[in-house]
Design a protein around this ligand. Structure first.
Ligand code: ARG
Length: 287
């Protein structure tokens, strides 16, 4: 099984853990920090936490560097780190369960998942059927093509074969451009599959989230891809989704998210994956 619990995550993510401890020292907080490093409050000996609900988190773990499986089958990535840190702040237990993108929204509706954490872009359409936390990451669509391709802008894709992951915002923009009935749009179950198809020449381009495209291009130099950006693509933001009306959980998550943004642990996670603080951070600040 490919599930990791908050606790397990905290044991392995040293950096983050240190951040959580610092935060736990700063104010009274129910972060489930083992007592090793922090001066624990006097009563801690007796403080066995009551059996808590474990919130099941659905994620399509084929989306590095946001959510993917490592060699051990554990689900890892920025989304995992962020939500785990949020959960620690919120004092809730979570468990990630690999969930195919195509069924992911349904799994929330059905109650099989309590939270979706899968680089999901907050859109007006999706907001009608689920509730989103505040954003945790900014993104935009990016085009991947062979390094030799003449494609220089989104418009150039109009008559070309384009690969997308089914039902993603990448699918939406290309569908809008080419029309619903276009036979040139090739839809794949995952973004890596679409990119593999580009490698083998089955499509001329792939449109997907920038972070994932850049990650793939960087880690697969033999594929000889390049990326093409276009201002035509609207800014997107990722949020965690909960079942519509689950205000209690939503509030906990939003509070946790605000906490990790305020105490710097969000920035630490961001830097772990992208090597620099988010654009909003002070340019001179170096750690
Ligand atoms: N951000 C895009 C969307 O919401 C793609 C997300 C795909 N995520 C994934 N884990 N496959 O449509």
């Amino acid at each position: 099984m490919t599930a990791i619990t908050t606790r397990r995550f905290l044991q392995t993510a040293g950096l983050l853990f240190a951040g959580a401890l610092l935060a736990a020292c700063g104010k009274k907080d129910e972060a489930p920090a083992p007592s090793a490093a922090a001066p624990a409050p006097a009563a801690s000996v007796a403080a066995a936490p009551p059996p808590a609900k474990v919130y099941v988190v659905g994620t399509d773990a084929a989306y590095a560097p946001f959510e993917s499986q490592n060699e051990k089958g554990e689900i890892v990535g920025l989304t995992v780190d962020v939500l785990s840190a949020v959960a620690a702040k919120a004092g809730i237990e979570i468990k990630f369960v690999n969930t195919p993108w195509e069924g992911i929204f349904n799994s929330l509706q059905q109650g099989d998942r309590d939270i979706l954490a899968s680089s999901i872009t907050i859109t007006d359409e999706r907001k009608q059927t689920m509730d989103f936390t505040n954003p945790y990451f900014d993104a935009y669509q990016l085009i991947a093509v062979k390094a030799t391709s003449k494609v220089a802008k989104f418009d150039d894709l109009k008559k070309l074969k384009v690969g997308v992951q089914t039902g993603t915002t990448g699918d939406e923009v290309v569908t809008k451009q080419q029309g619903k009935n276009s036979t040139n749009i090739k839809r794949f179950e995952s973004t890596p599959l679409a990119l593999k198809e580009l490698e083998s020449g089955g499509v001329d381009a792939v449109v997907a989230d920038n972070g994932v495209v850049v990650n793939y291009v960087t880690n697969n130099p033999d594929a000889k891809f390049k990326t093409v950006s276009d201002k035509a693509f609207a800014p997107e933001q990722y949020g965690f989704a909960v079942k519509k009306g689950n205000a209690e959980l939503l509030e906990k998550l939003n509070k946790g998210l605000a906490d990790i943004k305020a105490d710097g642990s969000y920035d630490t996670i961001y830097a772990k994956y992208f090597g620099a603080a988010p654009a909003a951070a002070a340019p001179a600040a170096s750690k």
